[in-house]
Design a protein around this ligand. Structure first.
Ligand SMILES: Cc1cc2nc3c(=O)[nH]c(=O)nc-3n(C[C@H](O)[C@H](O)[C@H](O)COP(=O)(O)OP(=O)(O)OC[C@H]3O[C@@H](n4cnc5c(N)ncnc54)[C@H](O)[C@@H]3O)c2cc1C
Length: 298
């Protein structure tokens, strides 16, 4: 669909719509082209109307969280890109052992709010960048546990713009994936255990130190390339294939954790894509293991 068509189809939303909006500032890589149209809704009603319209008029629709796992093509993204960066999508409230977070809130804000309310369980996720929505959709986690295990229910929008609630029994979380494939995740309810804020803060400090020691945080733009194949470590395979430090343009395999790509300012999405392809094909050649990409390419 041509750019003018998309803008025309969404003409009634002009107050919340930006044309040809650069996406680079909203992603961790800080590279890639613009969104044909970017939409930043102010209410669930407004968001639902946009989703419904996009579905009716076949306008491609994507939701951008904190952009930590998204690589935007140099040519940009056709259709509409939605950002849930305003209240109510970033609200967090707690009651008893339950905490409810808007999927546009940052994971860090959720963890901090849980600690303030004396709710424990999410500490091991501290320092993991991303939004609540992105973390739930991808079931973010590590050996100490994954976010999905604490989710009790999720409110979401289906492609007709209808609000639905999916309860625990209907949710499936597995390694870096979930069965939440509806277009928009709105809010999530978590059930946690109680503990003293002091004890939680101590665990947060310990988890933070551990994460800082194991990830290349000194780089502005570094993210994980591939999922770990069952029973194997993607980083170890990449390292054993002799790819530590391998570079294409400004994109390089990190020397601290070989499953991270580090992107220098001035790089292109094409550099990253070519590096991903190099790593995948070398690992396939050496170990007959076809690595599955963790980064989504838009
Ligand atoms: C330094 C570093 C360390 C990391 N360590 C870990 C780790 O230990 N474990 C781990 O699991 N991950 C890790 N990650 C990956 C990253 O933190 C997660 O993938 C993060 O949860 C992605 O969230 P996001 O908001 O950035 O999503 P985005 O990158 O913006 O989007 C990812 C996907 O989720 C979708 N999405 C986002 N929000 C919504 C929504 N509200 N509704 C519907 N769909 C949505 C997007 O459309 C896209 O398909 C790390 C990343 C970095 C950079």
């Amino acid at each position: 669909m041509a750019q003018t068509d998309v803008a025309g189809e969404l003409a009634e939303f002009t107050e919340i719509l930006k044309l040809k909006e650069p996406l680079a500032p909203f992603t961790l890589f800080k590279i890639g082209g613009p969104a044909e149209v970017m939409v930043e809704p102010r209410s669930v009603q407004e968001l639902a109307a946009v989703v419904k319209r996009c579905c009716e008029r076949r306008v491609p629709l994507r939701i951008l969280g904190a952009g930590c796992s998204v690589l935007v093509n140099d040519e940009g993204v056709p259709g509409a890109v939605l950002r849930l960066n305003r209240a109510p999508f970033t609200d967090i409230t707690a009651q008893g052992r339950r905490i409810r977070a808007g999927c546009g809130a940052s994971l860090g804000a959720l963890i901090a709010a849980a600690a303030r309310h004396g709710l424990t369980g999410l500490e091991h996720l501290v320092g993991m960048p991303g939004s609540v929505g992105g973390a739930i959709r991808l079931n973010a986690g590590d050996r100490a546990g994954e976010i999905g295990q604490f989710v009790q229910s999720v409110d979401l929008l289906d492609s007709q713009g209808r609000v639905l609630t999916r309860e625990r029994d209907d949710l499936r979380f597995s390694y870096r994936t979930s069965n939440l494939d509806e277009p928009v995740l709105l809010t999530a309810d978590f059930e946690l255990e109680t503990d003293s804020t002091d004890a939680i803060v101590k665990r947060l400090r310990k988890a933070w130190i551990h994460r800082k020691a194991s990830h290349p945080f000194s780089y502005q733009a570094a993210t994980r390339m591939f999922k770990n194949p069952p029973g194997l470590s993607a980083a170890a395979l990449i390292e054993q294939a002799g790819l530590v430090g391998a570079k294409v343009g400004g994109a390089q395999v990190n020397d601290r954790d070989a499953n991270y790509v580090v992107v220098e300012p001035g790089s292109t999405a094409r550099d990253v894509l070519r590096l991903l392809e190099l790593v995948r094909s070398r690992v396939l050649e050496h170990f007959k293991v076809d690595l599955e990409q963790e980064i989504s390419v838009w």
